[in-house]
Design a protein around this ligand. Structure first.
Ligand code: HEM
Length: 246
């Protein structure tokens, strides 16, 4: 079977059944370019959510009364369900498209290509390169965590005034506490590389702002990673100290 010339006339493509192939290739190209901006945009939307989420759940430790009041007011807002739908879309799209892209990149590189070499070197750069290689694993861990987390706290929304009680019940088992700690570490690891990478994919990274974006990503990784890892332990410790008090 002879392969068609690269410059086959349009009529030939239309009439020979190659039109389907050409259309499929076109859809593939369009899909790839949609993924190229949907992956970083959905990732940045999730980062924004996580900053707000950490600020909100920190109140459970710093000011439990305000935490309950904020939760109660939030749950009465008419804009909450559409916002949750948008969040769910970002949570589904981001890993799904990233997985599809990494599978098609692997296919394009072929089996003979060795592992990709990092352009980064030394110290934090090496850690960021490692975080990039582990991104599928930290992402998968976050997905597992989210299934457990949402089943615990979102599927059956606690009654008004009982948010902290539900949170402590969710953290009660060592397995659950360990999973929250790991999820915090996974958020930090994912962001160590992902924040800068998202800016690069969107074409927002320039020589003039590269260092600023890199350090902002590291600061966010540290803040969110440490915050989400330490907060559950601090909540459980405080509750057990309070329970031990006469
Ligand atoms: C310290 C760790 C965390 C604590 C204490 C915590 C606490 C909570 C609580 C109390 C809720 C219920 C909010 C409500 O009733 O409106 C919630 C919801 C949620 N959490 Fe977390 N969370 C933590 C970490 C995370 C992480 C790391 C993620 C993402 C990777 C995440 C994603 C979500 C999502 C998507 C919801 C549902 C939001 C909604 O639909 O309103 N959480 N979390």
């Amino acid at each position: 079977m002879t392969s068609p010339p690269d410059t086959a006339p349009q009529g030939l493509i239309r009439d020979s059944g190659l039109a389907g192939l050409a259309a499929a290739a076109e859809v593939g190209v369009q899909g790839a370019s949609a993924a190229a901006w949907l992956i970083p945009i959905s990732g940045l939307v999730l980062v924004l959510f996580l900053v707000v989420h950490l600020a909100g759940v920190s109140l459970a430790l710093l000011d439990p009364t305000t935490f309950e009041q904020v939760a109660e007011v939030l749950h009465r807002q008419p804009w909450l369900p559409p916002l949750e739908l948008a969040l769910a879309a970002a949570l589904l799209l981001h890993p799904l498209l990233a997985l599809l892209r990494s599978a098609s990149n692997r296919q394009a590189r072929g089996a003979v290509a060795g592992p990709q070499r990092s352009r980064r070197d030394g110290g934090l750069e090496a850690a960021a390169a490692l975080a990039g290689r582990w991104a599928p694993w930290s992402g998968a861990l976050l997905l597992v965590f989210l299934v457990v987390h949402l089943a615990q706290l979102r599927l059956h929304r606690p009654a008004a005034g009982a948010e902290l009680e539900a949170l402590l019940a969710a953290l009660a088992s060592p397995f659950s506490l360990g999973l929250y700690g790991l999820a915090g570490a996974a958020v930090g690891l994912h962001l160590l590389q992902g924040y800068e990478s998202a800016h690069r994919s969107l074409g927002w990274l320039e020589p003039g702002n590269r260092e600023r974006i890199r350090w902002a990503g590291r600061a966010l990784a540290l803040l969110l990673g440490a915050g989400f890892s330490v907060l559950p332990i601090a909540l459980v410790l405080r509750a057990s100290l309070a329970a031990g008090m006469p």
